[in-house]
Ligand binder design. Sequence first.
Ligand SMILES: Nc1ncnc2c1ncn2[C@@H]1O[C@H](COP(=O)(O)OP(=O)(O)OP(=O)(O)O)[C@@H](O)[C@H]1O
Length: 299
Amino acid sequence: MIGFVVNPAAGNGKGEKVWNSLESILRQQGVVYRVRRTSSEGEAETLAIELIEKEEVKMIVAVGGDGTVSEVVNGIYEAGKECTLGHVPAGSGNDFARGHGLPKDPAQAIERILSKTREKCIDLLKINGRVAVNSVGAGFDGQVAKTTNEAGYKKWLNRLRLGKLAYIWSVIRVLCTYCPCDVTLLIDGQVHQMKRIWLIAIANIPNYGGGMLICPQALPDDGVAEICVVQNVTRLGLLFAFPRIFTGAHVDHPNVVFLRGRQITIESEQPLLVHADGEMAAQTPIYVEIEAGKLRICG
Ligand SMILES: Nc1ncnc2c1ncn2[C@@H]1O[C@H](COP(=O)(O)OP(=O)(O)OP(=O)(O)O)[C@@H](O)[C@H]1O
């Protein structure tokens, strides 16, 4: 049986609309399903666990944005039972959907899920007993995630279907005040001492922050995380280089370094904010480990 976890508030109400269209398709096709709707932050995780344990579903489809996907994935991870993740995108950023090439159209997305023809196992990034499915970011990045999540303008811009601008505006705000610091990275036993670090992004997919390509080479099913480090660049230099991230052209920038690894420790001069899938998760020092092939998804 299939379970659905629906965030009606995702994409500023798009979740509700998408679910209405899915429901009529499911009824037309006589699909047997269970549905749970979220009413607040964090609830998608609890509802996913409930669907697995009480309803014995073998697949959960997250209807919402990246926040909903991340919470459902944590529910599946915590339940520890065989359960496939499906996703019908209805958020404002939808990085997971982009990163896995999922259809934007709800009818096409559910058709693909029901056909079960494209299942694959992907890696997860384990941090502090939880998991991230898209990315973990420390430093500038963590501060931008915090600023965006706390900002009133995110809601307004989402309403105008300009959700991406909320992230960009937060980047500009944080860029004006953020102070880079020295960081020690330990990747698979190898030490990297790095000076004046702005950000460290650990990625499972190339997509980030609603359409940026932070780690264009990242693959979700290779058992390795792609790590992007931005170091020793001036504030103005970073401001001018920033637009390159939308096309992935930042890979050639002299102050951008790419590393790869399975076990990553980040230690820093000062505590750095860390996000997991765009939600605040921790402060440095942190340890991130790849859980290879841990989650089966409908790709
Ligand atoms: N019924 C609800 N009312 C208000 N907020 C909710 C409700 N259910 C869940 N939430 C919260 O809505 C927030 C946004 O969810 P989600 O990330 O799925 O969508 P989004 O932010 O529009 O998309 P994206 O993350 O792809 O940009 C999450 O913080 C979630 O916890």
